[in-house]
Design a protein around this ligand. Structure first.
Ligand code: COA
Length: 338
């Protein structure tokens, strides 16, 4: 028989200790995108609720936006970067296959000890990261975890594609997860539906782009494409059930809920989910998409940060986070607002 292996012991509970956000400087109105897609400000507002979006300038890289958001989250958590044991970065727009941007972020923040890695779960990446962080803290794998959701989707956006050009945008959000005496992060409800793999995807394979000397590739930057209609139907109805399951698993009723922070995919999806879940009038709903656009992995932390900044979400409030997107993949959990 082999030797007994010791196991780690973590904190009784985990909670979000601080949130930070970085919004790119450039505000892009619908009028700037309509010509290339033969659309109109009215159509975009009516179908998506988006009035303006934030697009990153050259210097606003995935790393730069992440570091800025993280510094704010760390300050609000009252922690120094050297107290972070693990950094999880959710992104699909860090354009190096390897290494992970997380290690560069750790270095720039001033810690070269933290475990640091990226995860790829598209728009649901941040909620996946919060689930991992909560379990790391409770299992003793890490004491403080920095979870970052960041995208520079404009790098992979086809500005002539009618289904995506007006929707996607750039930004970063970060959360510090750490030990807590009381439960601050409920059980995650997560899953995937790979049968729908092609609904939202990078159109070109990197090999098609580069090719080989005998068969040169297209040389075209891979773009994000989406079959909007089925995504809309799936997100509006299936995801409301996942939200309810996350409430049930946390032992929370709709009456206990203060804040609803769904992925900022599209205003009509947000409204359809709120209706399908029968959210009571007192529940405050994140609607960051109107002037931020859909920032995929960054959308939930950006939306929560804004609600905190504007006093719509207060410290101690009970919030339902739910995110969904390419894969298809999804994750939801109830959290206490820091
Ligand atoms: N501007 C103007 N008209 C457009 C358009 C655009 N960008 N894109 C499509 N249209 C037109 C079509 O040509 C079509 O016209 P027709 O009726 O004369 O044939 C009509 O609008 C409907 O096209 P359709 O593709 O069925 O659009 P839709 O009603 O599904 O709306 C979306 C498109 C993208 C707004 C919608 O599918 C959607 O919101 N999907 C969810 C997307 C989302 O949130 N994804 C994020 C998940 S992470």
């Amino acid at each position: 028989m082999g030797a007994t292996i010791a196991t780690a012991t973590g904190a009784p509970h985990a909670a979000i200790l601080g949130i930070g956000a970085y919004r790119p400087r450039r505000v892009v109105p619908n009028s700037a995108v309509v010509d290339a897609i033969d659309s109109s400000d009215e159509w975009i507002q009516q179908r998506s609720g988006i009035k303006t979006r934030r697009w990153a300038d050259q210097d606003e890289s995935v790393q730069m936006m992440s570091v800025e958001a993280s510094r704010i989250a760390l300050e609000r958590a009252g922690l120094d970067a050297r107290q972070i044991d693990c950094i999880v970065v959710a992104t699909v727009s860090h354009l190096l296959q390897t290494p992970a941007v997380a290690t560069a972020i750790a270095h720039e923040l001033g810690t070269d000890q933290a475990a640091a890695f990226d995860i790829s779960a598209a728009c649901s990446g941040f909620c996946h990261g919060i689930a991992l962080a909560s379990d790391f803290v409770r299992a003793g794998s890490a004491r403080h975890v920095l979870v970052i959701g960041v995208e520079r989707l404009t790098d992979i956006l086809d500005l002539t594609d009618r289904g995506t050009a007006f929707i996607f945008a750039d930004g970063a959000g970060a959360a510090v997860v750490g030990p807590s005496d009381t439960p601050g992060i409920g059980p995650v409800v997560w899953g995937s539906d790979g049968e729908q793999f092609d609904l939202i995807r990078q159109r070109e394979d990197w090999r098609d782009v580069v090719g080989s000397p005998e068969a040169p590739g297209s040389g075209v930057m891979p773009h994000l494409v989406m079959q909007g209609n089925p995504v809309f139907r799936w997100a509006s109805f299936a995801m409301a059930k996942i939200g309810q399951q996350a409430l049930d698993r946390a032992g929370i009723t709709l009456d206990d809920l203060d804040v609803f922070v769904p992925h900022q995919a599209n205003m009509r999806i947000i409204d359809a989910m709120a209706r399908a879940m029968k959210l009571p009038a007192h529940v405050r709903i994140a609607r960051d998409i109107a002037d931020q656009g859909n920032t995929s992995a960054a959308s939930v932390p950006l939306a929560l940060d804004r609600m905190i900044e504007e006093g719509e979400a207060r410290s101690g409030d009970t919030a339902l986070l739910i995110a969904f997107g390419a894969g298809l993949s999804y994750a939801a959990q109830v959290v206490r607002v820091p």
